[in-house]
Design a protein around this ligand. Structure first.
Ligand code: NDP
Length: 326
């Protein structure tokens, strides 16, 4: 039987990136479509995955052999802090329905998506896969973080009790086309791109929250998509893998803002609002496991240079402003 790959959350930032890579890489190549494969990119309109019956109906309709499970209640810091129960409960329901329906319908493999916020808040750097459960996550988003941690627990339990091939990926901060560019509730790069775009349009200063000093690792969604496709085809272990650029390739928020200014062509004043909190200064995550495994199975992984990825994201945002999530 040919493979049917169901991507939940298929129209979000990462889902659209996987579709882009599958549609543009040469057929039969490492990251391209294989002959006979069917890819399904599901939306919440088609099935609200918090609901068991709708989840079962979605699986009944497409009969997936493989699932890349991206669907989640996702939000910026403000939403995570304000709606901890919603982030905990919605994500537990979504993950439980997707994993259990996958088990009941004999799906060959499920890859779920965690986040580096699952890691303990006070853990010695760098973050590595074996440290997930060694202490409580940061209190600002404990609802989301605990729901995501439970996926790793569930993956191990499904494997031990039923022999399921369920695993997970742990991306650092993702950016790219199709992101959520909302001004109040987005991640740092899409939020700053939108702010800088408006500052240019309105002739106002471009204000960045905080000192600009914190360092973060950013992974381009199109690079991340290749990692998921690789994991789908070449990785069969329950232990999760961090998907990121290297731990010493983190970039300051100030440098990100400068790159955005350049990409947008903004010539006005750039301000740093130091009354706003900075968050953790640095939380480096190691991509050693990922790189060694990809290299072992073929060519080493080549990351898109940050400036080039950022330029493409800004270009996409400007060209799609009327339809982008703002
Ligand atoms: P998006 O918000 O862009 O996409 C998430 C998708 O989940 C949405 O498209 C939405 O579908 C779908 N979804 C939400 N609730 C439901 C529901 N009840 N039923 C069905 N579908 C639902 O997020 P990303 O693409 O950024 O995130 C993908 C994964 O990556 C998530 O699991 C997230 O936790 C994780 N992640 C993201 C990071 C980031 O920086 N963005 C960092 C680390 C991890 P629809 O649009 O159809 O409503």
């Amino acid at each position: 039987m040919p493979n049917v790959i169901l991507v939940t959350g298929g129209h979000g930032l990462v889902g659209k990136a996987i579709k882009h890579v599958i549609d543009t890489e040469p057929v039969g190549s490492r990251y391209g479509r294989k002959e006979g494969e069917t890819w399904v990119f599901a939306t919440s309109k088609e099935a609200d995955l918090r609901d068991e019956a709708q989840t079962k109906a979605l699986f009944e309709k497409y009969k997936p052999t493989h699932v890349i499970h991206l669907a989640a209640l996702v939000g910026g810091l403000f939403m995570n802090m304000k709606y901890k129960l919603s982030f905990l409960r919605d994500n537990i329901l979504i993950n439980s329905n997707v994993l259990h329906t996958s088990y009941e319908t004999h799906v060959d493999k499920v890859i779920s998506c965690l986040s580096t916020c699952v890691f303990p808040a006070n853990i010695d750097p760098p973050l590595v896969e074996s440290k997930i459960h060694l202490g409580p996550p940061h209190e600002s988003n404990f609802g989301y973080a605990h729901a995501k941690r439970l996926v790793d627990i569930a993956n191990h339990a499904y494997k031990e009790e039923h022999g399921c091939n369920f695993t997970a990926a742990i991306p650092t901060n993702i950016f790219g086309p199709y992101d959520n560019f909302d001004l109040d509730d987005s991640h740092v790069i899409p939020g700053l791109i939108h702010k800088c775009y408006l500052a240019k349009k309105n002739g106002t200063p471009f204000t960045v929250a905080g000192t600009g000093n914190p360092l973060r690792q950013f992974v381009y969604s199109y690079d991340l998509a290749k990692m998921f496709i690789w994991q789908l085809r070449e990785y069969d272990d329950v232990e999760p893998i961090i998907f990121s650029v290297g731990e010493n390739e983190d970039i300051s928020i100030r440098s990100v803002a400068e790159a955005i200014v350049k990409a947008i062509g903004f010539e006005g004043e750039v301000k740093f609002d130091t009354t706003k909190a900075d968050g953790q200064y640095r939380k480096p995550a190691s991509n050693e496991k990922l790189l060694s495994l990809i290299k072992a199975g073929g060519d080493p992984f080549v990351f898109t240079p940050f400036d080039s990825a950022l330029n493409d994201t800004v270009k996409w945002f400007v060209e799609n402003y009327d339809n982008a999530r703002t």
